[in-house]
Structure formats: structure tokens, C-alpha cells
Design a protein around this ligand. Structure first.
Ligand code: ADP
Ligand code: ZN
Ligand code: ZN
Length: 682
């Protein structure tokens, strides 16, 4: 047993440590004393071994505040690593994330540093071979086709200027690069990065999902061969740890990655690029639930480097920030090629039904497909739902097949000959009889990509088809295989979910068919209009790059909806202004922020009671003076998930952080648990 420090002593150093254990409380630092031998090395960001409960664990020093003293503080056992694991600015970034997202600091530190690095004991690490996935491999394969930069267009030269100036000044600047698809945004990033490398500094390039952006990575690798690290979400712990150490050593100058790549420890950061800044994947769905764009901007401020956010359809919050001067705005209004955006033909599916067409393809889309293929072109069919039938319904009693554990319909997959829950993975056979009334009149409703594929095979027997959705891309590198096959002309038509919506630039695509534009439209969320507009605009942008005569056919039941109307005319500004007016009228972001607290428990009544009680308490405590309102409680959108019922409430206001100290976290009534989501996205 080590001797305990008794009382405080002016010669004793104290440090605050976040231990590498699971934590739920926002303030989860613990004080330790520093033995004399470690006083020099026990600095902010250093990794330490400390006693914690009955065990010894590793942890990171996040404070050396000598006046926070605890008489029962135990001594640090040892200090690892030199230099310290985290630079002071990264500890500051961790604190920012913990505060902004009401997340435990310990969990933030864990998200920032790969497990393989955090847990490693000094000297205990063996060199592991790096598992090579094609995403990583791409950086080597392309050394041969090294590419020289084109001359920038006048619009690109203007757009890159603020970035070049900030790089020269080593100063923070937040820039929204708003450019239609194919307007040359990537070329702006590449030019800025060349300047960064010239200045002997380094860059982080964020992409929504590595597997969905093969082309972007290929272009970076071709321009800067041998200098790129790709942080792939499928990297093993040891491969990730190795990449992290190489980056930290300064061996690689450009990190391209998704999600946690924003924490890549580049020693001489000079620029942060967030491509497709509106991508859903940038909001973390686990604790800490941070939004990559906001973290990138804060990192830029802390390091005094420019941050560029690129998109054809920026989030309304981002657009608003540029509109009100918190970000600078750079615009690329036209495609590089000078080609116009493709005209979008609208098919009103209600009329199709009236004409007796109950298939997923309208006559217009059918004809367009025939014409496209007769001319030797390729087509993309976009449908944001997978499976065969998205609803299994009894025609006699109207009962639908629900998951036993979640409040959602099960989806029939003909290829697997079974029904799946897309939320919890539960499966069951397609019932022959209605479980409720015994009728055999079971009807399959709602077309998914799998049904669309078989429909296409029947209609166009000679057409070579590929399908890209979560079902066809379960194995590693499947994305790349499908993408390459399509690019190499091994298929005529690609059917896909939103996986095909972004980042693809394929010259031979002459037709994009949007099979159902409305899949996200009626989602009960204030962002459904924005999500729909972005998706439609992005999908439409997949065509018309190589061909003058490219077409987009959009099928919808809601041709009059403002999201659809503005998408059809490629009118982002028109959409944004209408959306901002709506948000203002309803008091939603960007005119407020939201924090949603969700309670889960096996018992619905317990759930409801806990949520009601918390809302009652909160309403008494909250400072209404700062304009906070509590909405709810209500059952969550997915009332039941994996067997647990969920109730939630939302606090809305400008200064929601004033509510954070009063929000429930961790365990609640009956052993259920609370989770907190700041700036939630559905
Ligand atoms: P975005 O990222 O906005 O979709 P890209 O940077 O991919 O646009 O550019 C679209 C196409 O135009 C690409 O094929 C790219 O190689 C080409 N391109 C971009 N900038 C130039 C330029 N200045 N000169 C010639 N071609 C360019
Ligand atoms: Zn029935
Ligand atoms: Zn389920």
C-alpha cells in the first residue's frame, strides 16, 4: 500500500487527471499528487498511471491547478511518454468539446486518442504490420499517375485568396466555399494545400466517409504522392495507433479521413478542409456527440490556421453564419466546364397512379432509360430505401409487420428470403398468414432498392446492373469494387441509396433517375426540408459532367413542396432564404440551439414517469430570463429501440449551455439511462 498524502502541503504539486475508464459525468477529473521525481514531466497532456478504485489505470493530465487540492489525493504512479501525449491546445480543444456538447471530458480524450495509443505501456509495443485496405493503398497506387495542377479559373483564384492570405499570415479564417457540384471546389482545396506544404506545414482534409469518396482521395494522392495518410474507419486498433504515431512524428503531411480524423495529431497544422460540410456523418452518434464542423472551426482558432468548409448545399446554420459575417463566403457559381447544370424533369407520381401505373418507374423514366442506353450512356437510379418491400401489410385487417424490439416496420429482403429490422438487426421469415387475423392476403408495399433491381431486370433484360446499398457493401472494399466496375463501364445502370449521392464524378453518366424524391420529406423533424433539398441537389449533380445532353428525371408525390421546387431549379439561395424564414418563424436553429435528453427503459410507464418528472423539475429551475423553453416530454421518434422504450424532451434557446448543469445524465429511475444530445440531428 502506498502512503496517503495527509493534508495539503505547499510543496506538493497536484494534477487533475482524466482516467481511461468509462465515465458519464460531465466533470470527471480526479486530483492526484505528483511525487518529486515526476514534477518536471507531469505537465498538461502527459499520460500517467494512477490508482483508481482498486486498480491502476492510465490517464491524461488535463490540469495542473495547484489550488484544487484534496487531502485524500493519491500520488501519480508514473508519467509516460515524452513529449506529452497531447499538446496543450489539444487539451483545450477537448475542454471545448466537453463544454459545448455537455460530454464527459474523459470520453472526449478517449475519442481524440486511439485506444492502441492510450493503453500502450512504455516499451511494450510491438511493430504491427499495417493492414492494408484499398482506401489506404490508394495513396501508393497512384504515385505513377502524378497529376499537375490545372490553371485556376478566375472564380477559383478569387475563392482561394482568403485561404492563401491566412496561410501566409498563419491566422485563423473561417471560409464557406459554396460551389455547385463540379464547380472546382476540390481544386481550390488542392491549391491551398500546395501553399501549406510550401510553407512546410500540414493539412487535415475531412471527408464524410472514406468509402464513399474514392475519387476525392485518388485526386489528392495523385497530386501529393507519398505524403498522405488515410484514416479509414475500418482500420484496426493497432493500424490506427501506428498511423497516429507516424502522423505525430511528422512523417505524413496530409491526413484525409472521416470523423475522428479531425483529431489527427499533425505537429505543424496549417489548414483544415471540411469537404461536403453538410454531410450527416459529421455529427457523431456516440458520446461525445460532437459536430465535426464546429470542432474544426475551434481547432482552427486554437491553432490560428484557416478552415474551409465546402459544399454545394451548405447546412442552413453554416449558410446563416456566412450570411451574418461569422464566416467568410467564397462562391463558385458555375461549373468549371461551363456546362449548365442538367435540367430536371419532374414526374408527378399521383398522375402516374391515376393512369394505372403501379410500378416504381414512370413512363417518362422508362423512356429516358431506353434512350440513354440506346445512346451507349450510363444511368444512375437513386432510391433511398433498401430491401424489397419496406412494409408488409395484411390486406384484411391492416396489421403491419413490426419488429418485436423496435417500433418500426420490418423490411422484406427477397434475396435473403426474410424480413429484417434495419435498426436492431432482428430477422424473421416472411409470414404466410397474418399474425393478427390469420388471413393469407399479405401485401408487400413500399419499394426498396432490391425490388427496383428485380423490376429493372424484368424490364431491361440485357441491361447490366449494379446495386450499391448497405446490403451489397457489407464486405470491406465492396464500395471500391462496385465503383470501379461502374467507372470502367462494366455496367450500364447503377441502383443506389444515398451512398451514390456524393462525390462521384463520372463522365459517362447521362441520366439520373430519382425514383422517389419524398423519402425524407415527411420525417417529423425541422430539418426534413433541408435534408431533402440537399439530397436531391447532390444526386442531380451526379450527371451532366461529361455530356451536354444529360437528363435528370425526378419522381415525386409532392411537386409543390418548396424543397422539391427549389431543387428542380437548382436554386440553393431561394431554398435557403425560404428555409431561414421558416426557421425564424418557428424559433428553430440557426435562431436557437437545441439539446435533447432521452431516457431509455424496458418499461414504457417508467420511462414516461421519469421524463415527466425531469421536465417538471427543469421547468422550475431553468432561467426563463435567458429565453429557454422545454419541449416535451414525448415518446422518441423511435419510441422503442432494441427492446427499450424511449422518451425525450428538448431544451431550446440561444444559451442552452445554461441548462447543462441541470440536465439528467447517467442512470435514472429504475436503472434506465439518460443520454444527452446537443445540436441533435435525427
Ligand atoms: P467540385 O469539387 O466542386 O465538385 P471539382 O474540383 O471536382 O469540383 O472539379 C470538377 C471537374 O473540373 C474535375 O474533373 C476537375 O478536374 C475539373 N477542374 C477543376 N478545376 C479546373 C481547372 N481550373 N481547369 C480545368 N479543369 C478543372
Ligand atoms: Zn390481418
Ligand atoms: Zn428492431
Amino acid at each position: 500500500m502506498r502512503e496517503r498524502q495527509k493534508g495539503t502541503n505547499s510543496n506538493v504539486r497536484f494534477v487533475q487527471v482524466v482516467p481511461d475508464v468509462r465515465s458519464v459525468l460531465p466533470s470527471d477529473t480526479f486530483s492526484y499528487t505528483v511525487p518529486a521525481e515526476y514534477v518536471e514531466r507531469a505537465v498538461i497532456g502527459a499520460r500517467v498511471e494512477v490508482p483508481f478504485g482498486a486498480r491502476n489505470v492510465t490517464g491524461v493530465i488535463v490540469g495542473t491547478n495547484d489550488d484544487v487540492t484534496r487531502s485524500d489525493a493519491k500520488p501519480v504512479i508514473s508519467v509516460f511518454d515524452e513529449p506529452p501525449l497531447l499538446e496543450p491546445y489539444r487539451v483545450e480543444l477537448a475542454r471545448f468539446i466537453a463544454m459545448r456538447y455537455c460530454a464527459p471530458l474523459g470520453e472526449v480524450v478517449k475519442a481524440m486518442v486511439p485506444r492502441g495509443v492510450r493503453a500502450a505501456r512504455p516499451g511494450g509495443r510491438k511493430r504491427q504490420p499495417r493492414t492494408v485496405s484499398r482506401a489506404v493503398d490508394a495513396t501508393r497506387a497512384t504515385t505513377d499517375d502524378r497529376e499537375l495542377p490545372p490553371r485556376l479559373t478566375p472564380a477559383q483564384s478569387v475563392a482561394v485568396q482568403p485561404l492563401l492570405a491566412a496561410i501566409a499570415d498563419h491566422a485563423y479564417r473561417g471560409v464557406l466555399l459554396h460551389g455547385v457540384t463540379g464547380s472546382g471546389k476540390t481544386e481550390v482545396y488542392l491549391t491551398a494545400i500546395a501553399a501549406v506544404l510550401e510553407a512546410r506545414r500540414q493539412a487535415i482534409v475531412m471527408v464524410p466517409e472514406i468509402a464513399l469518396t474514392p475519387q476525392t482521395i485518388h485526386r489528392f494522392a495523385a497530386r501529393f504522392p507519398g505524403r498522405i495518410a488515410v484514416m479509414h474507419s475500418a482500420l484496426t486498433d493497432s493500424a490506427r495507433a501506428l498511423a497516429w504515431r507516424r502522423i505525430r512524428n511528422g512523417d505524413l503531411d496530409i491526413v484525409i479521413g472521416s470523423r475522428s480524423a479531425i483529431f489527427a495529431p499533425l505537429p505543424r497544422l496549417g489548414l483544415i478542409v471540411v469537404d461536403e460540410e453538410d454531410a450527416h456523418a459529421y455529427k457523431q452518434d456516440r458520446v461525445p456527440r460532437y459536430q465535426v464542423v464546429d470542432v474544426a472551426l475551434e481547432l482552427g482558432r486554437l491553432c490560428q490556421v484557416p478552415v474551409v468548409l465546402g459544399s454545394a448545399t451548405p447546412r442552413i446554420e453554416t449558410f446563416f453564419a456566412a450570411h451574418t459575417g461569422r464566416l467568410e463566403l467564397a462562391t463558385l457559381p458555375e461549373r468549371v466546364s461551363g456546362r449548365a447544370l442538367p435540367p430536371i424533369e419532374v414526374v408527378d407520381l399521383r398522375e402516374e397512379l391515376r393512369a394505372g401505373n403501379f410500378t416504381p418507374l414512370s413512363q417518362t423514366l422508362d423512356a429516358a432509360l431506353r434512350e440513354c442506353h440506346a445512346a451507349g450512356g450510363q444511368s444512375i437510379l437513386f432510391l433511398n430505401r433498401r430491401g424489397t418491400a419496406t412494409v408488409i401489410m395484411c390486406r384484411s385487417c391492416g396489421e403491419t409487420l413490426q419488429c418485436d424490439a423496435c417500433s418500426v416496420s420490418m423490411v422484406y429482403h427477397a434475396a435473403r428470403r426474410r424480413c429484417d429490422c434495419h435498426y436492431c438487426g432482428a430477422t424473421r421469415a416472411l409470414p404466410e398468414k397474418c399474425p393478427a387475423c390469420g388471413s393469407k392476403a399479405i401485401r408487400q408495399l413500399g419499394t426498396g432498392t432490391e425490388r427496383l433491381e428485380s423490376e429493372m431486370r424484368e424490364r431491361f433484360p440485357t441491361l447490366r446492373l449494379l446495386r450499391m446499398d448497405r446490403d451489397t457493401t457489407a464486405s470491406r472494399d465492396a464500395h471500391f469494387t462496385i465503383y470501379d466496375a461502374f467507372r470502367n463501364g462494366e455496367a450500364d445502370c447503377l441502383i443506389g441509396t444515398q451512398m451514390v449521392a456524393k462525390g462521384w464524378d463520372l463522365g459517362n453518366v447521362r441520366l439520373v433517375g430519382i425514383v422517389n424524391a419524398d423519402t425524407a420529406l415527411h420525417f417529423p423533424d425541422y430539418r426534413s426540408g433541408e435534408v431533402t433539398f440537399s439530397l436531391l441537389t447532390q444526386v442531380a449533380g451526379r450527371t451532366g459532367r461529361g455530356y451536354e445532353l444529360a437528363r435528370v428525371v425526378l419522381q415525386t408525390y409532392s411537386p409543390g413542396h418548396y424543397s422539391v421546387r427549389h431543387a428542380i431549379t437548382h436554386d440553393y439561395l431561394g431554398f435557403a432564404h425560404e428555409e431561414i424564414r421558416l426557421r425564424k418563424a418557428l424559433g428553430f436553429p440557426p435562431y436557437s440551439r437545441l439539446v435533447t435528453c432521452t431516457f431509455s427503459h424496458k418499461d414504457d410507464a417508467v420511462c414516461e414517469a421519469e421524463a415527466r418528472e425531469l421536465v417538471r423539475k427543469l421547468s422550475d429551475t431553468l432561467d426563463i430570463g435567458v429565453g429557454l423553453v422545454v419541449l416535451g416530454p414525448t415518446p422518441a421518434l423511435l419510441h422503442r429501440l432494441r427492446g427499450d422504450y424511449r422518451w425525450q424532451f428538448t431544451v431550446r434557446g440561444i444559451h442552452i449551455e445554461t441548462a447543462f448543469p441541470h440536465l439528467p445524465s447517467g442512470r435514472g429511475r429504475g436503472g434506465g439511462s439518460w443520454s444527452i444530445d446537443v445540436d441533435p440531428t435525427p
